[in-house]
Design a protein. Sequence first.
Length: 374
Amino acid sequence: MGLEGLRGLAALYVVLFHCWLYTFPGYPDSSAPPWLEGLMFGRLAVVFFLVLSGFSLAISPARHGWRSGGVGRFLRRRAWRILPPYWAALTMSLIISWSIVPASHSGPPTDMTILVYGLVAQDMFTAPTPNGAFWSIGVEVELYLLFPLLLFVRRRMGATVLVACVTIPVIARGLTAANASPVEGDNWLTPHLAPVFVAGLVGAAVVTASDRVQRLPWGWFAVLAALPVLALGVAQGSVWTVKHYFWIDLAIAPAMSMLLAAVATGRPALLVRLLTARPLQSLGSFSYSLYLIHLPIVMTVIRRVAPLFFSPGLPVFWFTLVVALPTSVFGAWLFAKIFELPFKRNRSWSRVFGRSLIEALPRGRRRTGAGLPG
């Protein structure tokens, strides 16, 4: 599907954002050349992930009367899909943060780090991070816990009530905050980001709607919805945009949801053909792994390797693109082979290890089943 290609592009943009972020100090008023400003909006790529997550998870319930098939079953499947690769990436990140380059301005990880991040509770409790990209995993896990309740409201009360229930409190908080833009800390982001997740959930209804609804120009609707936000961002400047992400997130989420609706229904055809091309499909298949492991690699290159050869600024940035970007992509592909795809393709530990054993056997012994218990 084209959605997989979009997922891959979003993950790749996050890698580019971190290459930019850690090369040029002073974010958001960065010392980077102005022509690189397009790389400073990594937060919006993560918002897109959340919209896409809500959209993808809701497609099946939308086809079955907005039912999840059982709360326990849904949560077990999500945990099985998300947690094993996350814990593997957490272990890798801890090792790199302790031995090569700390990921947090607060210093190396502590025992509290292991507890908080091991329980995926980083959106509720603060501890020195082993990997700055992990903040969104905590948010996503909390949204998964809320997902059955969100479906219940959607099923019983409709999309309008659901959107109002999660969005009005967030807007009220924003309007009562100093300077009309709440200052976010390191955690407690889930209430703010729930509306963008719900935007995706609500948008999934298009996939199961009538042909007349599916044929609507959702791609153009997405462009029209995004234009005022983009125009405001251009008029105010990138620094203003970053400092007002609280509002930008809410404003851009409907456009993102409509883009997903367009791609999921096969329009525009040219874009869908590009997104379903093999390279983007492949990248999308291990995009979660790429998101999980890229930052320790990028930071190692920027802070430990590049200074040995280059002066700060653009030389380090180009070196990082040449070294860290392909290393992250290849490393993520390998990481996914070991820690992500087995859990994506199998539903139990016995199947994970059984399949690994079969694939490790010589080809002839695979056919006969020799060496396997009966």
